[in-house]
Design a protein around this ligand. Structure first.
Ligand SMILES: [Zn+2]
Length: 273
């Protein structure tokens, strides 16, 4: 019933103002209302818009040169479009390596119940950025086992802590050829950070005496192991740049008070895929 009334109403409107109406009839349909203004009406003045930079949130730390480092910066750099790599060092056993499906297809390691890398790595790199006001370039953070085999076919990489989120390779943009300055800053970090500065097992760094794959003896304290790779050393797939770079490896987890060691289980099953 209601529908019927509505249809009749629509028909009435259509007939009342159809295109066949004369000009006079159309004018009758128009209703004109005048706009009433006060005699001293003024328009609001509009200021010319000025370009404004976005205000930072209190937790943000950003400059034109760098962004605050988070665990996201450590995601695996494998790409399926990378060409296959052939290891023909042993003529009787030629190996072909393909890269992983990228970090879009797998996660970061699971550390203490969450997807993460060891937080000390993030803290140190942010400290370096704050002190130098320059960008830290992470060349290698987490490597899934497939990307690890692809990127570094050396024997020493087979147990790499990159696979368990406990190792990072990086250099600092603008200070590429001054890695010793950056290593001094890492020492400073432990001397100035309140949670470390009263404990000399963290503030004192020792020189590592055993043979390694670098010419400069590495340094270590209770928590980390620092290696300086000169511009001709350890040029794996992630470090094809011409600069020296620094490797930091986590050897002790303050959260669990446990040593951080590589295991096949953690590397191959300890991340979401
Ligand atoms: Zn990967």
């Amino acid at each position: 019933m209601n529908c019927q009334r509505f249809f009749i109403f629509l028909s009435f409107i259509f007939i009342a103002c159809s295109s066949n109406d004369t000009e006079d009839q159309k004018k009758q349909c128009h209703k004109i209302e005048t706009i009433t203004r006060m005699d001293k009406d003024e328009f609001y003045p509009f200021e010319t818009p000025q370009k404004k930079t976005l205000d930072l949130y209190p937790f943000e730390e950003r400059s034109l040169d760098y962004y605050k480092i988070t665990k996201e910066f450590f995601r695996c750099k494998g790409q399926p479009l990378n060409p296959e790599r052939v290891d023909s060092s042993n003529k009787d056993n030629i190996k072909v390596y393909l890269d992983c499906e990228s970090s879009a297809k797998h996660g970061l390691p699971l550390i203490n119940g969450g997807e993460n890398v060891y937080p000390i790595l993030v803290d140190i790199l942010n400290y370096i950025q704050r002190q130098t006001k320059k960008r830290v370039v992470i060349t290698c953070g987490h490597r899934c086992p497939k990307h690890n085999s692809y990127a570094d076919i050396s024997n020493s990489a087979k147990n790499s802590k990159h696979m368990i989120g406990a190792e990072v390779d990086f250099y600092v943009q603008g200070l590429e050829n001054s890695p010793q300055k950056i290593i001094d800053l890492i020492f400073d970090y432990y001397k100035t950070e309140p949670k470390y500065r009263i404990d000399n097992t963290y503030t004192s760094f020792l020189s590592y005496k055993n043979p390694t794959d670098v010419s400069t003896p590495p340094w270590y304290n209770k928590e980390i192991f620092i290696k300086l790779n000169e511009s001709t050393e350890n040029r794996d797939f992630n470090n094809r740049h011409p600069y020296p770079y620094i490797t930091i490896q986590v050897i002790f987890d303050r959260a669990t008070k446990q040593k951080v060691t590589y295991s096949w289980e953690k590397a191959h099953r300890g991340y979401l895929q």
